[in-house]
Ligand binder design. Sequence first.
Ligand code: NAG
Ligand code: NAG
Ligand code: NAG
Ligand code: NAG
Length: 461
Amino acid sequence: MFKTVLVLAALAGFAATQTITLQAESGRLSGVDIGTSVAGYTGTGYVEGFSDATDKIAFTVNVTESQLYDMSLIYNGPYGDKYTYVVLNNAGGSQVSLPSTSTWKTVPAGQVLLNQGTNIIEIQSNWGWYLIDAITLARSASRGPHNITPRPVNKNANDDAKALLKYLRKVYGKKILSGQQDQASLDWVTNNTGSTPAIIGVDLMDYTDSRTSRGASSIDVNHAIAHAAKGGMVTFVWHWGAPVGLYDTPEQRWWSGFYTAATDFNVEMALADTTNSNYTLLMHDIDTIASQLKKLRDAGVPVLWRPLHEAEGGWFWWGARGPESCKALYRILYKRLTVHHKLNNLIWVWNSVSPAWYPGDEYVDIVSADTYAQGDHGPISATYNNLLSLTNDTKMIAATEIGSLMDPVQLKAYQADWLYFCVWSGDYISAGIWNSLDLIKQVYADEYVLNLDDIQGWKSL
Ligand SMILES: *[C@@H]1O[C@H](CO)[C@@H](O)[C@H](O)[C@H]1NC(C)=O
Ligand SMILES: *[C@@H]1O[C@H](CO)[C@@H](O)[C@H](O)[C@H]1NC(C)=O
Ligand SMILES: *[C@@H]1O[C@H](CO)[C@@H](O)[C@H](O)[C@H]1NC(C)=O
Ligand SMILES: *[C@@H]1O[C@H](CO)[C@@H](O)[C@H](O)[C@H]1NC(C)=O
């Protein structure tokens, strides 16, 4: 089904200081309908029926000078948690989370850099199934200085970890560090751009028993130490295969054992009683990876350590039982690695945006998010701003996994001060689908982007 309802476009010209409200029902509507049955909307109605990928509202906005605006969305979400997609002038833009609500709510929708003259802002379907009442635009206040103390949360952090955080704080808000997941993909970047990413992203996935016992093995720790020896930085994620309860069927093979769908391992039950065998198995896995992290510590390599990532998505078993069991596991992991194993080379990177999932300021050095929005080389400013409010701008913010490279010009214009980016491996970087080779070359050549050559000697800077 595809229908187009043409309504007069909202043509708004407005003065510098004003907040403008653009009613959804006055936008140019494609594949969507005007509704009036859910009370409490502003204007004369709202827009519903976002069902097809091409469904959208287009707003026309005229401004007298180029300027950054804070955008908000007034919406209703009776069908559960959804995402919409805000696209400015057919390029860039960002994914905006619309949490479930049965009343009309206003959510920040990031920022838009409006050009002098006419601009088109589109609300595109994405997940669909929400009601849009209006958007508002207000000139962005220029942001004050970040309120970040570059001291690791671990009081016993070693000199390597302290030096890393200190250097990162020094560049935060001024530059972005380049990063690439996986040694082979990092080599591809070097071969194709002539520049090597500052940060290598690697994985502790294939070191635990439930995987090594099935034939998995890894040399990611060696790769990390080698990259650090060249003056680079290291970030580890941990696709932690459940220690037990893997289905290992043709549909859910053992190597997918970190996915909720591939195991009946129940983290909440495992943590309920510290004497049960599954709790013991979790501790055993933590001890196993501790011995890998010790190799890095002993080689003088501090680690941007990002365990229990993407928890709030629920697709990994550590997030499958909700925020409380996940936060409990994160704190147990923190204590076991820092206190028991004296791994004082770790910088703790938390990877969910929602306040409900946040384990607490005393366990987190850096906050982060993973975003995959194909075709969008914008600054992901809505997510950046949500992370800013998560800690009231007291922690640095990283783009720990991305599909699409971000345009450095937009990063600066939007004050989206991502500390580093790390592009996911394989096709995301090298197939020319998510990122063209021209764009990759352009990003790696930009003075705003710090590569391996640019960060040499960072430990003593
Ligand atoms: C917006 O700009 C377009 C193109 O310059 C113009 O045709 C239109 O009249 C303007 N609308 C308003 C409300 O200023
Ligand atoms: C990068 O170049 C080196 C040297 O020519 C080559 O050995 C290696 O296979 C290349 N790697 C990738 C991933 O392109
Ligand atoms: C441990 O987890 C496995 C896999 O989910 C489950 O079958 C088993 O009953 C659990 N053991 C305990 C003691 O809860
Ligand atoms: C956030 O930080 C600002 C600036 O330091 C401070 O004035 C404000 O009270 C803080 N707000 C919260 C909720 O902590």
